[in-house]
Design a protein around this ligand. Structure first.
Ligand code: NAP
Length: 267
């Protein structure tokens, strides 16, 4: 491992998590990477000290599991999985979340080609009975050793206690700072690790900011990434990267640290 990578690791590249949308075309501007490019992205992350990988949708679990298998590097990675079970249809629709059912743990492990999921997100469902049931199921998987920590998506700010959860996930970027400020503070107050998502809002907000600010794209991307990564009470940031070259560039941004107040991107 070269000096540059060791330097970035020391400076906190492990503040970044690779987003699962890196493996699909649906929620970004670029096409989905082919398997060779997927392997290059995953290897670049691991080499740079990005060792946690998010997988929200079913095809993302399949892509990441296969890539880690091809690379023979599963043992270096920490996996995040969510309760999304739609295999994308021919119309490109991605489907939504669904409550966990008992067979899902075996399905997810198979798709990820893994015996264990380090971090399982329970995306809440609106029906209280179904929510209680899926939480109990997730806890039982944890007790059986199938999953490590449990986390949840955008829990309400008045959540009275952490429950079975050790971490919370929510969006944090230049468009939603007013919401993110109390949100991440409340999660921290409950003792949760906090994972922010979507510094570029799928890349679409990045393009909009570039147009609006009249700065070059690399500068705006650097500022938006650091804005989210070092936002108060954010521990880690999930960012999608469909090109291997974004990995080194985004690690270098994180190594530069937080923005000074005068350099905050305009909302
Ligand atoms: N937002 C949600 O609702 C949600 C929910 C659950 C989980 N997540 C997780 O959060 C992750 C990140 O969110 P996101 O995918 O919405 O968007 P994002 O990470 O804000 O944006 C990703 C886009 O930014 C581009 N990009 C990355 N680094 C760049 C750089 N240095 N310069 C220029 N462009 C760059 C990528 O381009 P390329 O196409 O070229 O790579 C990609 O299109 C997801 O992948 C997922 O794992 C989000």
């Amino acid at each position: 491992m070269g000096l540059w990578f060791r330097y970035n690791r020391a400076m906190g590249s492990n503040r970044l998590i690779l987003g699962g949308h890196s493996f699909i075309a649906q929620l970004g501007s670029d096409p989905a990477p082919d398997t060779k490019t997927q392997d290059a992205i995953v290897a670049a992350c691991l080499d740079a000290g990005i060792t946690t990988f998010d997988t929200t949708y079913l095809p993302e679990r399949v892509a990441l599991g296969s890539s880690l298998q091809r690379l023979g590097r599963r043992s270096e990675a920490q996996l995040i999985a969510w309760n999304f079970f739609t295999d994308f249809g021919p119309d490109g629709s991605v489907g939504g979340h669904a409550p966990y059912e008992s067979q899902h743990i075996h399905q997810m492990l198979r798709e990820l080609q893994s015996e264990h999921i380090e971090h399982l997100v329970v995306h809440p469902v609106s029906d209280p009975a179904a929510q209680e049931q899926q939480e109990a199921l997730a806890v039982s998987w944890q007790q059986a050793g199938h999953v490590g920590r449990l986390g949840t998506w955008m829990p309400p700010l008045d959540t009275p206690q952490p429950g079975p959860y050790a971490f919370a996930v929510a969006p944090c970027n230049v468009t939603n700072a007013d919401d993110a400020t109390p949100r991440f503070a409340a999660y921290k107050a409950l003792g949760w690790e906090t994972l922010a998502t979507s510094p570029f809002v799928r890349g679409w907000e990045l393009d909009k900011q570039v147009e609006g600010q009249g700065k070059d794209k690399a500068t705006v991307a650097d500022e938006m990434l650091r804005f989210s990564a070092f936002f108060p009470n954010v521990d880690k940031l999930i960012v999608a990267m469909r090109r291997p070259e974004w990995v080194a560039i985004n690690c270098a941004s994180v190594a530069r640290g937080g923005l000074s107040p005068g350099h905050l991107p305009a909302p």
